[in-house]
Design a protein around this ligand. Structure first.
Ligand SMILES: CCCCCCCCCCCCCCC/C=C/C(=O)SCCNC(=O)CCNC(=O)[C@H](O)C(C)(C)COP(=O)(O)OP(=O)(O)OC[C@H]1O[C@@H](n2cnc3c(N)ncnc32)[C@H](O)[C@@H]1OP(=O)(O)O
Ligand SMILES: Cc1cc2nc3c(=O)[nH]c(=O)nc-3n(C[C@H](O)[C@H](O)[C@H](O)COP(=O)(O)OP(=O)(O)OC[C@H]3O[C@@H](n4cnc5c(N)ncnc54)[C@H](O)[C@@H]3O)c2cc1C
Length: 667
């Protein structure tokens, strides 16, 4: 079967891997990206970006100072949003940005991820008509400023105020304390001249909670901060260092009434407040990013898996049999056990990410027609997915990094940067432990609805089912039946954990604790239930994709799905065993199946990561390059280090040489 990545001059070990491929890599890539046409467009964009001299990097970003890297990124962003803007469709933009600029952020990241979505979904028609065309034409750059130095998670306690002044029909935006300064918003520090700012809405002394307001921060001509505005960059971070995450203080800055985002909640000129149809529609920009970040985080893990798999195919170290040749490290079972589950999880996350994006689009449609009934389900699902996927991705990338040995620690591998970017997602858009509790709240309601025989939405329909005994290992050799047996066991476990957590909570309440304190006493169990609910959704989503896949890739996807299920179950063995639903023998069976899966997938491992269709430029990894010629490339990469510009560094001349000289003269 053809792996279409083979080229003359490639590392022979990698070519051999590609020759053992049992499926059509283009078929799988087309399935992953939605169609042949999408795949071709993806390639076209990659090729055109590589050929465009405006995107050329004289030296890799890794060797640039932060300021120079920000500069290079801004320069390329201008090219994207002027020269390229009309050459790509909106849905192709993330790929173009990844190819051209990389993953550490760019001046318009928050403009796209949150500023435009907030305005689109929350500004009323008048404000939208005025500001959206300007924002879409990049006449202005905006961001989303919500988090403060003192509060990020607990939005109800944000301190920035927007006090309505009826006499002038203006809001007065104010930062009352040091810790009320906005802190963290991406592109706030230096790039944006506007922001959607989240403030407590105060009318006649009454606090009506967090609402969003459009605030101009900088002069459109000079880009200097406007009077009353203190704004700047918060400094270097683990990653995202080409993003100017910023601080902002507002000193009684006045804005017209109509700059409140009033599509849902409204304030009339006389100060009458009309609440939205759903209390949390103001939080819409966060739901937007949570719904989209699942897919982009799947891609980060896919990159790490691609680097680790390809490198492990070209790296030879040690022998499995005495007297045999040095083996490809990919032949070690431990290496396969480290890397193959990351390939499977990356596919699983990408599939789930695509489903949740569709669900988000349907929910938005409903809201546009005045119906927010799909929102609670979406909020629970995106909160759970966001938490599980970012944590899984971080662990996975770190496994991939370690699996590359010493070279994985070098920036040349691209893996440290991937890890830094990925783990940001555990924190932004709601800290993971907090968001899992949002999911748990929904599950607790679901448990009650199921007890009352009420109808349940598809994502929690399992709460209303009855458990049979686990058929894992008992259904014979049919792989389809085995998949179903495992999915049923996962359903049982997710249901059991939710019911157990609900009972623990109730017990504490009956014991005299108030609901909230009782909740805090069971949150570890609540979050467990949320994670398994989410992992069940991911498994179901992968299964749906397998069942709808064309026959040409069904077999390899089925192998991958088997590995995914067996790995997840072994990873969650404690939960499967805890209530006796599964026994020790069944866990042993799952482990045996997992080890078999590693062997089954081995000949297709490189081809499975080739189907992620990540160009060398986008991958930005010396170890993961498609041709596998890593050793020469490593040397060429290191030569670019600024420490190598001279043979004798000033640091050596000024300090080390005199020290050695002094010590020698003492002898
Ligand atoms: C060109 C390229 C374009 C690409 C676009 C895609 C980009 C993707 C990549 C992105 C790049 C990276 C960008 C990173 C940017 C990062 C930005 C940020 O981090 S912005 C700040 C994010 N901050 C947070 O997420 C704060 C977390 N906290 C909260 O969300 C809330 O405080 C809370 C939900 C934890 C609690 O809120 P609270 O008001 O106190 O509510 P309750 O807990 O009491 O809940 C009451 C009720 O409401 C429901 N609820 C809560 N939130 C929502 C919601 N968002 N939607 C629907 N429903 C919600 C909750 O479930 C309760 O329901 P109930 O029925 O009563 O149980
Ligand atoms: C890379 C990056 C980009 C960001 N971009 C933006 C942006 O563009 N715009 C913006 O507004 N913000 C942004 N943020 C801020 C981000 O949204 C917040 O940092 C995040 O929501 C977490 O809030 P926090 O910092 O207040 O954490 P805290 O809430 O202080 O968390 C600290 C600890 O307390 C725990 N904790 C807090 N509350 C609870 C609870 N109720 N139950 C149990 N445990 C709890 C948490 O689990 C965590 O362990 C960004 C942050 C990062 C890292």
């Amino acid at each position: 079967m053809p792996n279409r990545c083979i080229r003359p001059g490639d590392n022979p070990d990698l070519t051999k891997e590609r020759e053992t491929c049992t499926f059509d890599t283009d078929e799988l890539a087309a399935n992953l990206y939605g169609s042949r046409r999408n795949l071709e467009r993806r390639r076209e964009i990659s090729q055109k970006v590589s050929a465009d001299p405006d995107f050329a990097d004289p030296i890799p970003h890794e060797f640039l100072s932060r300021e120079k890297a920000v500069d290079a990124t801004a320069k390329k962003s201008k090219v994207i949003f002027q020269k390229w803007k009309n050459l790509v469709k909106p849905e192709e933009m993330p790929h173009l940005v990844n190819e051209a600029v990389g993953i550490q952020g760019f001046p318009l990241a928050l403009h796209h991820a949150m500023f435009l979505p907030s305005l689109n979904s929350q500004a009323d028609d008048d404000l939208a008509a005025e500001i959206l065309p300007r924002a879409k034409a990049y006449e202005i750059i905006g961001t989303y400023a919500q988090t403060e130095m003192g509060h990020g998670t607990n939005l109800r306690e944000l301190e920035t105020t927007a006090t309505y002044d009826k006499t002038t029909q203006e809001f007065v935006i104010n930062t009352p304390t040091r810790k009320a300064m906005k802190w963290w918003p991406g592109n706030l520090g230096k790039m944006s001249n506007y922001a959607v700012v989240c403030c407590q809405l105060i009318i006649d002394g009454k606090n009506l909670g967090p609402h969003n307001f459009l605030v101009q921060l900088r002069c459109e001509k000079t880009h200097e901060p406007l009077p009353g505005i203190t704004v700047g960059d918060i400094g270097p971070k683990i990653a995202y260092n080409t993003t100017d995450n910023g601080f902002l203080a507002l000193d009684n800055v006045r804005i017209p009434r109509r700059q409140m985002l009033m599509k849902h909640a409204k304030v009339s000129p006389d100060g009458t407040y009309t609440p939205p149809i759903h209390a949390k529609l103001n939080y819409g920009a966060m739901v937007h990013v949570r719904a989209h970040m699942i897919y982009s985080h799947g891609h980060l893990l896919a990159r790490a898996a691609a680097v680790a798999t390809r490198y492990s195919a070209v790296r030879r170290q040690g022998r499995i049999e005495n007297g045999g040749p040095e083996v490809q490290i990919l032949d070690y079972q431990t290496q396969q056990h480290r890397i193959f589950p990351q390939i499977a999880r990356a596919y699983a996350i990408l599939f789930a990410g695509q489903e949740v994006r569709d669900q988000y689009a349907k929910t938005l449609e409903g809201i546009a027609n005045g119906q927010a009934d799909l929102l609670p389900d979406l909020h629970a699902l995106t909160s759970g997915l966001k938490s599980v996927v970012t944590f899984m991705g971080g662990l996975g990338i770190e496994q991939c990094r370690m699996s590359c040995g010493g070279h994985g620690y070098s920036d040349a591998s691209g893996l440290p940067k991937l890890y830094g970017v990925q783990i940001g997602g555990c924190t932004y858009e709601g800290e993971n432990m907090v968001m899992l509790q949002q999911t748990a709240r929904y599950l607790m309601k679901g448990v009650k609805w199921a007890e009352q025989g009420k109808s349940l939405s598809p994502s929690i329909a399992y709460l209303g089912k009855k458990s049979g005994k686990s058929l894992i290992g008992l259904k014979g050799g049919d792989i389809t039946r085995e998949h179903e047996a495992i999915l049923e066991t996962l359903e049982h476990t997710a249901r059991r954990l939710a019911i157990d957590a609900s009972q623990l909570w109730e017990k504490r309440i009956k014991g005299g604790e108030c609901k909230e304190r009782a909740w805090n006493g069971v949150t570890v169990e609540m979050n467990r239930a949320s994670r398994v609910y989410t992992r069940l959704f991911m498994a179901r989503s992968f299964h749906r994709r397998l069942l709808s896949s064309p026959s040409s890739i069904r077999s390899v996807l089925s192998d991958l799905f088997s590995l995914y299920l067996h790995y997840e179950c072994v990873d969650m063995a404690q939960h499967l065993l805890e209530d006796g639903h599964c026994n020790g023998g069944q866990i042993q069976y799952l482990k045996k199946r997992l080890y078999e899966d590693l062997t089954t997938l081995r000949p297709n491992a490189v081809s499975l990561v080739d189907s992620f269709e990540i160009s060398d430029r986008e991958l930005n990894s010396v170890l993961g390059r498609r041709d596998g010629n890593v050793y020469e490339a490593l040397f060429q990469w290191a030569k670019q280090s600024e420490l190598n510009y001279t043979d004798v560094l000033p640091a050596v001349k000024n300090y080390m040489m005199p020290m050695m000289e002094e010590n020698r003269s003492k002898l």
